[in-house]
Design a protein around this ligand. Structure first.
Ligand SMILES: Nc1ncnc2c1ncn2[C@@H]1O[C@H](COP(=O)(O)OP(=O)(O)OP(=O)(O)O)[C@@H](O)[C@H]1O
Ligand SMILES: [Mg+2]
Length: 422
């Protein structure tokens, strides 16, 4: 019996011990499993951050309204209304895109629209079909710190005006630095001014509307923005045209964002584009927002003449005087008829009056001394007939006397004629 009792006790102790050990093992296994699952989920969450960003960006774009395009990616995305899109985008910062998304938007950069001093522009589409222009910035930007880039893109992206091209977003990663803009269906003003195709030939009245819209954009950048923005590169290529040829200025804020040293410029250290850049941009003189007024004046001359002021290369017109100075000579002689006749050839009295006005305003805008140039606010008022326009002074008094051979032989790529010492 005593043996039976001993065996029973041993069995009971063994059973209890086994039970305890089993419970400990089960609890241990549960804790290990829990820890494993948590770790997995955390890792998965981190790895998905990029995809989450992609999804966030896509959600933003999804609301971008517009007509559904031919893209077949994301066909099931819900479309918001146009008004919802604009409300939404206006309250947002520019969206950050991944380089993978840009490749998808542009179908692997298949459609090149053009290129300039900052990089190459491609046409693309958001998944909802809205057309975009993707400007892939050139490599000098690689040196720029991400925070600085984002801060400046933030400023550009929150600068809204009916006559400014909208920046929807950007990409900043190790290999791609790019800006994503609204796409302007009618290209840029140069296509309408210089040897236009028949379908791009427009009346002088329309060109003046475009010029006034451009002036309003500059007035906004100079006088109405919280932080003044100097454009530095006003020229017809940077006046883009949307539906009904509504003008929108592009590339504002880019001069600060990008380093243009390796661009098409030939003048070391200068900014802007030859033919449009104010003298102070290529001389050791202080630069103010009035450099944009000068470039705008050059654009007005080109609107009047429907030709480039400065023609370089094999197409340069050897016998022709630099157009702005020819206009000044006509004006000085009190005979702007030839200028007006060329500008408003097919127009009526209204066009001719407008051409007179444009001619005077252009001459004021390109005054040599920045302080003699009007503000853009004043330019708008003068063009709209709300401000009297005084007789302009000679803007070219600082230039050497004109000879056509001087222009040809100098190879000067600044403003045309040779500049005399002053
Ligand atoms: N948002 C846009 N929508 C439609 N076309 C565009 C857009 N942005 C640029 N383009 C076209 O692409 C061309 C190249 O633009 P880009 O800004 O790179 O060069 P640019 O304007 O000629 O010179 P710069 O670099 O001095 O501005 C422009 O002339 C214009 O016709
Ligand atoms: Mg441009």
């Amino acid at each position: 019996m005593a043996l039976d009792g001993g065996i029973l006790a041993i069995v009971i102790v063994a059973t209890i011990t086994t039970g305890i050990v089993s419970v400990v093992i089960v609890v241990g296994m549960y804790k290990c499993a829990k820890f494993g699952v948590e770790t997995y989920l955390q890792q998965r969450g981190g790895g998905d951050r990029d995809r989450d960003r992609d999804r966030e960006a896509e959600a933003s774009i999804t609301r971008a309204g517009g007509e559904r395009g031919s893209t077949d990616d994301d066909d099931d995305v819900e479309m918001g209304s146009m008004s919802y899109f604009f409300e939404d985008i206006q309250n947002e910062r520019p969206v950050r895109f991944s380089s993978r998304q840009l490749r998808a938007f542009t179908r692997n950069y298949a459609h090149k629209v053009g290129s300039g001093g900052f990089g190459v522009v491609y046409k693309g589409r958001f998944p909802n079909g809205a057309a975009v222009a993707v400007k892939v910035l050139n490599s000098t930007l690689g040196k720029r710190a991400e925070e600085q880039f984002m801060a400046e893109v933030g400023t550009i992206g929150r600068t809204y005006h009916i006559n400014l091209v909208r920046l929807y977003g950007f990409c900043f990663d190790a290999t791609v630095k790019a800006l994503v803009y609204e796409h302007m269906e009618n290209g840029s003003l140069d296509g309408y001014l210089f040897d236009p195709t028949p379908e791009r030939t427009v009346g002088f009245g329309k060109l003046c509307e475009i010029a006034v819209g451009t002036a309003k954009a500059l007035r906004y950048l100079h006088e109405e923005c919280a932080q003044r923005i100097i454009h530095y590169d006003i020229k017809p290529e940077n006046v883009l045209l949307g539906a009904g040829l509504a003008p929108k200025v592009s590339d504002f804020g880019l001069a600060r964002l990008c380093d243009r040293e390796d661009t098409h410029l030939t003048i070391t250290g200068a900014r802007g584009t030859p033919g449009y850049a104010a003298p102070e941009l290529w001389m050791p003189l202080p630069v103010t927002h009035k450099c944009d007024v000068y470039s705008y004046g050059m654009l007005l001359f080109e609107t009047l003449g429907r030709r480039r002021n400065l023609e370089l290369g094999p197409h340069a017109r050897e016998s022709q005087e630099w157009y702005p100075r020819w206009v000044w000579h006509q004006s000085e002689a009190g005979d702007t008829d030839a200028v007006v006749a060329r500008a408003a050839a097919t127009g009526g009295k209204r066009d001719r009056e407008m051409a007179e006005r444009v001619c005077k305003v252009a001459l004021w805008c390109v005054q040599y001394r920045p302080e003699d140039r009007p503000s853009m606010g004043s330019v708008v008022r003068m063009l709209e007939g709300e401000e009297q326009i005084a007789a302009p002074r000679n803007p070219f008094a600082h230039l050497a006397p004109y000879t056509s051979s001087a222009i040809q032989s100098s190879g000067d790529t600044t403003v045309g004629p040779v500049v005399s010492a002053r």
